[in-house]
Write a protein that binds this ligand. Sequence first.
Ligand code: ADP
Ligand code: MG
Length: 257
Amino acid sequence: MSDKTAPTDVQSADDVIISVRDLHKSFGKNEVLKGIDLDVKRGEVITIIGPSGGGKSTLLRCLNRLEEPTSGTVSFEGIDLTDPSVDIDAVRCRIGMVFQNFNLFPHMSVLENVTFAPMHNLGVSKEDAEATARKLLDIVGLAEKADAMPRSLSGGQKQRVAIARALAMKPDVLLFDEATSALDPEMVKDVLDIMRRLAAEGDTMIVVTHEMGFAREVSDRVIFTEGGLIEAQGSPEELFSENPPSERLKEFLGKVL
Ligand code: ADP
Ligand code: MG
C-alpha cells in the first residue's frame, strides 16, 4: 500500500465486469465479428445499436458463450470464458439474458418459470424462490398472473415474465437482445419502463436495441456496430449529436430516427 496509485488501480480493475479482447466470430466463411474490444464496468448501462446483420446478437451471445468465439477472449469477473475448462453453467447463472422471443418454458406456469432456475441451479428452497418470484412479478406488474400459463399472456406480459425470470437469479449483468422488437407498439412502453427502472437502480446492462429514444435516455455509453466492428462509441450526447463521430453512424441514424 506504499504506492499511492495502487488502490485506485485495483479499484478500476475490479470495476470491470466484462472484458472482451480482439473477439472474432465466423460462421463458416462468414466473418461476423472482426475484432471487438470492449470493457464493461459494473453499474454501466451500454446500448448497442447498428444495422441488422451487423453482429449485435452474435456479440451478445459470445458474452455468455451461447456462441463460441472463433478467437479472442471474453472475461467475466476475471474468468476467461474461452478457457474450455471453465464451468460455463456457473458463469451463466451470473449473467441474465432476455431474448427477443421471450423463450419462456411453455409447459410451466409463470411462477414456475421464475422459480425454476433459482431452485435447480442455485439450490434455493421452493418457499424462498416463490417468495422472491412473487415480489419480482409484482415489480413487473404481473402479480395476478403467477398461476397463468405463458400461452395465455400477451407478448408484453411474456417479456415482463422473462425479465422477472432473469432477475430471480440476481445476476451481475443483464443482457437484452432486442427485448421489445417482437412486441406490439402499445406493449413496448411497459417493457422499456421496467428496463429504465433497472438502469436507474444501478444494474449493469448491455442492451441491443432499435429504440433510439431509450438508448439516448438511459445509456452511459452507446456503441454503434457495423460490419463486425465497433464503428463508434461514446456518450448518448456524442453519438446522437448533430454531427456524429462517424459517417456510417450518421447514415444509420438518418434511416432510423
Ligand atoms: P444482428 O443481431 O446485428 O442483426 P446477428 O449477430 O444476428 O446480427 O447476425 C450477424 C450475421 O451472422 C448474419 O449474417 C447472420 O446470418 C449470421 N449468423 C448469426 N447466427 C448464425 C448462426 N447460428 N449460424 C450461421 N450464421 C449466423
Ligand atoms: Mg440480432
